[in-house]
Design a protein around this ligand. Structure first.
Ligand code: COS
Length: 378
């Protein structure tokens, strides 16, 4: 088992850290406060080739492995979780097309996504089926050489901004999850935006309801066989959860650094507060948890890159551990900074709000525990 990144990955970390510190950091608080989608940052990521970073080279991307993607996602999140999410979601949403799309579909849609000219969205969740992804109700009925899609998806990141969607629909309700099929949906008549959510954190990421009203999608846009959609969704999540773990890890790392800086500078009882045992021990625990989460995230990503058959369990563990760590560490960072940490003048307040959703999206941490325990008991 290797415990080190390659020299190329270390160089990548340095490069992304520099980019994030120079170009993203000055915008981070503003992005959060305005709640407006940061198109300037989206363009920045596109100009660096990061929106196509995980897309295979033959479709215009860089074909990066998941471990390298995790390094990028972590470094962006260390400064701004919303920026990291732009990167994470593009990879998540194109993945079903990469693994299950026809060559024609891939050539038609992926190059524009790789250039960052279009945003992508992963459309699985519905009001009545969040954790129970197999209970999808959005229908796709075959009518000759098209499918007609009707239904609603909710909590869709990039909803209303994306021009490319991976959509999971029921094609045969009698078959339960075996009746779910995946589709690649571009800009299509009948697709509209419903409620745009007002969120606790990741304030500037657009999360919306999408309404499909008689949307006609060519049969060729189906991703894989009819009925294979649920497994495609699960495989996609297996390959994306470590990246959400990396995002959570980056948030935790950013908060830890803020807390350490503060504990070094802030004086109380005649000395820096970090030298008080109550604070110093907190910092030690925070740093240890962050490192433990990092090992699990990198291990899961490496397993994905090696197509390890035990990926599911480690992918779930990495997302769960890193997001629980992010929540704990950001909360502790606010505590170390006391009243100052609670105020919007300092980034830890934003980081604590941003951390919360990492315990929820890409499968709640309760779902991760389900995946892990089921695999253990098999
Ligand atoms: N890879 C490949 N196949 C998988 C799989 C995986 N990771 N996970 C499950 N499957 C297969 C199973 O093998 C089973 O197939 P067979 O019946 O042919 O054996 C089938 O899929 C059904 O699996 P399972 O019985 O485990 O499904 P459940 O309905 O019990 O639930 C959970 C599965 C809860 C794990 C799933 O619904 C889930 O991940 N939910 C969370 C969804 C989510 O993350 N949403 C967030 C969206 S992005 S913000």
């Amino acid at each position: 088992m290797g415990f080190y990144l390659t020299p190329e990955q270390e160089a990548l970390r340095k490069e992304i850290r520099k980019l994030a510190e120079e170009k993203v950091a000055p915008r981070a608080a503003d992005i959060d406060r305005s709640g407006e989608y940061p198109w300037d940052i989206q363009k920045l990521l596109a100009s660096q080739g990061l929106l196509g970073y995980a897309i295979p080279e033959e479709y215009g991307g860089s074909g990066a492995d998941l471990l390298s993607c995790c390094v990028v996602g972590e470094e962006l999140a260390r400064i701004c979780a919303t920026t990291s999410l732009i990167f994470v979601v593009q990879k998540l949403a194109v993945y079903p097309i990469v693994i299950a799309g026809s060559e024609e579909t891939k050539h038609e849609y992926l190059p524009a996504a790789a250039r960052g000219e279009i945003l992508a969205a992963f459309c699985l969740t519905e009001r009545e089926s969040g954790s129970d992804a197999g209970a999808t109700r959005t229908m796709a009925r075959r009518a000759g050489d098209v499918y007609v899609i009707n239904g609603q998806k909710c909590f869709i990141t990039n909803g209303g901004l994306a021009k490319l969607h991976s959509v999971f629909c029921m094609t045969d309700p009698d078959k339960g999850y075996r009746g779910i099929s995946a589709f690649c949906v571009g800009e299509v008549e009948g697709l509209s935006v419903g409620k745009i959510e007002d969120k606790m954190g990741l304030r500037a990421a657009q999360v919306a309801e999408l309404v499909f009203d008689d949307c006609r999608v060519p049969v060729e846009n189906r991703l894989g066989e009819e009925g294979s959609g649920f497994v495609t969704a699960m495989k996609t999540l297996d390959n994306s959860r470590p990246l959400v773990g990396a995002q959570a890890l980056g948030i935790a790392q950013g908060a830890l650094e803020c807390a350490v800086d503060w504990a070094r500078e802030r004086q109380a009882f005649g000395r820096p507060i970090g030298t008080l045992q109550g604070v110093g021990f907190m910092l030690a625990d925070m740093a240890t948890e962050v490192e433990a989460a990092r090992l699990l995230v990198y291990k899961a990503a490496s397993m994905a890159d090696r197509k390890d058959p035990d990926l599911s369990i480690f992918s779930a563990m990495s997302k769960m551990k890193a997001s629980d760590t992010a929540m704990q560490v950001t909360t502790d960072a606010v505590q170390v900074m006391g009243g100052y940490g609670y105020m919007r003048d300092h980034p830890v307040e934003r980081m604590m709000r941003d951390a919360k959703v990492t315990q929820i999206y890409e499968g709640t941490n309760q779902v991760q525990r389900l995946v892990i325990s089921r695999a253990m008991l098999k």
